[in-house]
Design a protein around this ligand. Structure first.
Ligand code: IVH
Length: 552
């Protein structure tokens, strides 16, 4: 094939792929199967590899990623990315409305309401109809250039269809991981015995900072746009800007509404209070904007936020309490989870003493410090979470928290794997909670099913040096068990019997019990069915492994 033929085929493939992508993501329909679609994409990638000079920045092959970014470049925002003032009550909103009315000196005005999407703010720059930059909010003035990762978000147009738009403009919106994808991802992680992700927002934020864009592509992020900035974008109202973005093929949540006055805004708030829970993404409130751009200019900004917009946050039960300490838990896989140790406080009927802080990013985001007064909420989730710090109560000598660098249990230096927010202790064979955690994993019902053994007994066996790996269980004698606190003749016999019976569980359960990273229950079943024995599995080559159905 010569260059001219390749160029023709590349442009025809690109057109087709863009067409099907558009149908799929914007119109929710499909004219070809996923398999046929993947074939088109594969062919495009193959041709672009053979003729790299023909690969365009807006090629749909960009969606599958493949670039590695070692360090994201910091770039200045052309327009600062401010935050919104928060309100929690009808009274606060009425106050806001009064300030708007006063600021506009009795001119008539309208509001435009949107849901407040709980994701990661993104700034997308378009020059001559092409996406040239995707940047995180950062500190509002400077953010990280994550363009290659943004290109993998399928609803973000790489080049704009014909239409009326300025040579330069910036679209802003919220990137998010759809709830469905988040649940699926966590299910896979659970299967593989991996630590679960805390929530969709943190996962989206972590995904966008991954160095390998093909990993980002697999996360299937999405993005709703909520504003358009530029010198001369040719719109008089926010509504027109939203409709313009929609006509240019950006993804706009269909939940917006124009409201004539604050009472209509209150009705919108009431309408979405529970309906929002059915949306494909997490939302935590609504955003109310003065519709006219000229009036927005007239109202202007405070140092931190616009005077023409405000967020209304839906209430979840919250309490304020003292953060007494931060401790660190080490899981079976070596994953470190920081935990907020709180002064006990009553919240939604239960006493809360601890809350997970998930990982170092979350601690940094909250800028949480021991001695702080913190807000704790119980939202949709059962586990309470720390939402923010009351910085006004902070002592002047308070210092930013330094995350631990070494395992609190065994002193090994911690590592952070690519694409993961969590730190790990790698001392799998010498770190006590990892050893005990592995034994607990080994004996569970889905694994070796030794139900006469519990956490407390494992701890005693470990303390006495009798069991330091699952294999040691099979060497235990009657006398060794009988001597343990709380054991009598019958319980000792029961435990020995349980251990003996475990040697007849099926191979797939043994394989799962071993707790190999990425080998969850389902993968273990697939491998066991294919290889039949541990020897055959141990001898398998890479090529033999990837031939197993569903093992990539
Ligand atoms: S408009 C001047 N609209 O909320 C700020 N923001 O605290 C204008 N957000 O960082 C922002 N949904 O990431 C706007 N419909 C929406 C939004 C929204 C979520 C986020 C945004 C921003 C934060 C503001």
């Amino acid at each position: 094939m010569n260059q001219e033929e390749a160029s023709k085929e590349i442009s025809s493939l690109s057109q087709k792929i863009n067409y099907y992508n558009d149908l799929y993501y914007q119109k929710d329909t499909s004219e070809i199967s996923d398999f046929e679609f993947d074939k088109l994409l594969e062919r495009l990638i193959e041709l672009e590899r053979a003729f790299p000079e023909l690969k365009k920045d807006d090629s749909p092959s960009q969606r599958v990623g493949g670039t590695i970014t070692k360090n994201f470049e910091t770039v200045n925002h052309r327009y600062p990315m401010l935050s919104l003032g928060n309100t929690y009550s009808k009274e606060d909103l009425e106050e806001f409305d009064k300030r708007v009315a006063k600021g506009l000196g009795d001119e008539p005005y309208e509001y435009f309401c949107e849901l407040k999407f709980d994701g990661v703010a993104l700034s997308l720059t378009y020059e001559n109809g092409k996406l040239v930059r995707g940047v995180t909010r950062g500190d509002g003035t400077r953010g990280d250039d994550i363009t290659n990762n943004v290109r993998t978000i399928r609803t973000v147009p790489l080049s704009l269809r014909d239409g009326d738009y300025p040579d330069f403009f910036e679209a802003r919106g919220e990137a998010f991981l759809p709830k469905e994808m988040f649940l699926k991802l966590n299910k896979e992680r659970e299967e593989q015995g991996e630590e679960l992700y805390a929530n969709a927002r943190n996962t989206a934020s972590g995904s966008l900072k991954m160095q390998d864009s093909s990993m980002v592509a697999r996360r299937k992020l999405d993005c709703y746009l909520y504003s358009m900035n530029g010198e001369d974008i040719g719109v008089a109202t926010h509504e027109e800007a939203i409709l313009k973005l929609q006509s240019l093929n950006f993804n706009i949540s269909p939940t917006f509404k124009k409201c004539k006055n604050i009472n209509e805004v209150l009705a919108y708030i009431a309408e979405w209070e529970t309906k929002r829970l059915e949306l494909p993404l997490d939302t935590d409130g609504i955003v109310i904007k003065v519709n006219s751009i000229q009036q927005q200019h007239k109202l202007g900004f405070t140092a931190k936020s616009p005077r023409w917009a405000i967020a209304y946050k839906y209430k979840s039960e919250a309490a304020v309490t003292l953060l007494q300490d931060i401790t660190y838990q080490v899981g079976r896989t070596g994953a470190i989870t920081p935990v907020a140790e709180l002064q006990p406080v009553l919240l939604a009927g239960t006493t809360v003493k601890r809350a997970s802080l998930h990982n170092a990013n979350e601690i940094e985001r909250l800028d949480i410090r021991v001695g702080d007064m913190v807000f704790v909420e119980k939202g949709g989730e059962i586990i309470p979470k720390v939402t923010h710090v009351d910085t006004s109560k902070r002592k002047p000598d308070s210092e930013r928290l330094k995350y631990i660098t070494h395992c609190p249990e065994c002193g090994t230096e911690l590592v952070r794997y690519e694409g993961e927010a969590v730190h790990y202790c790698t001392n799998a064979l010498g770190c006590p909670p990892q050893i005990k955690g592995k034994i607990e994993h080994f004996i569970q019902r889905k694994a070796m099913n030794i139900d006469s053994l519990g956490e407390r007994t494992i701890d005693m066996l470990y303390q006495k040096g009798l069991v330091t790996s699952p294999a040691d269980l099979y060497q235990l004698t009657y006398d060794q068990i009988f001597e343990l606190e709380g054991f009598k003749d019958l319980s000792t016999k029961n435990l020995l019997e349980g251990i003996k019976n475990s040697s007849s569980v099926p191979f797939e359960s043994v394989l799962f019990a071993l707790g190999i990273r990425f080998v969850g229950k389902t993968v273990a079943e697939k491998l066991a069915a294919h290889f039949k024995s541990i020897d055959a599995l141990a001898a398998a080559t890479y090529d033999e492994l990837i031939e197993v159905p569903e093992i990539g």
